[in-house]
Ligand binder design. Structure first.
Ligand SMILES: [Ca+2]
Ligand SMILES: [Ca+2]
Length: 119
């Protein structure tokens, strides 16, 4: 067997291993049902948030598609100022689109953002 063939064989064996591990992990994690939803950031700020405890920084203009297994609970900082935190929580739903936008219901506060459901 040539070296290349041997390398290919090793690579595919490793891939099998990874797939097996991934499946095992998915089985362990998926106590609940799968929820897939999209989050957009239409603010001019980086938005820090957690979905089911997983922390991310979502940059302006980015569109993220999440797959959640633990209920799809989001906790985000609704005050865009650095060093000021005001956490808000929502339980997100399968199949929905959510958008971070400036909260226009508070014209005197230019820093507050909220997560809105897009129909
Ligand atoms: Ca903040
Ligand atoms: Ca506002």
């Amino acid at each position: 067997m040539s070296n290349i063939n041997k390398m290919l064989e090793i690579t595919s064996a490793n891939q099998d291993l990874f797939i097996e591990l991934d499946e095992k992990k998915a089985e362990t994690i998926s106590g609940g049902k799968q929820e897939v939803f999209t989050i957009l950031n239409e603010t001019k700020y980086n938005v820090a948030y957690r979905v089911d405890g997983k922390k991310k920084i979502h940059k302006p203009g980015q569109i993220w598609i999440w797959t959640a297994w633990l209920g799809g609970r989001i906790k985000f900082d609704r005050d865009a100022r650095k060093g000021v935190r005001a956490y808000k929580r929502y339980n997100l739903s399968d199949g929905r689109i959510y958008v971070f936008k400036d909260d226009k219901s508070t014209p005197g506060n230019p820093w507050d953002i909220d997560l809105y459901k897009r129909a």
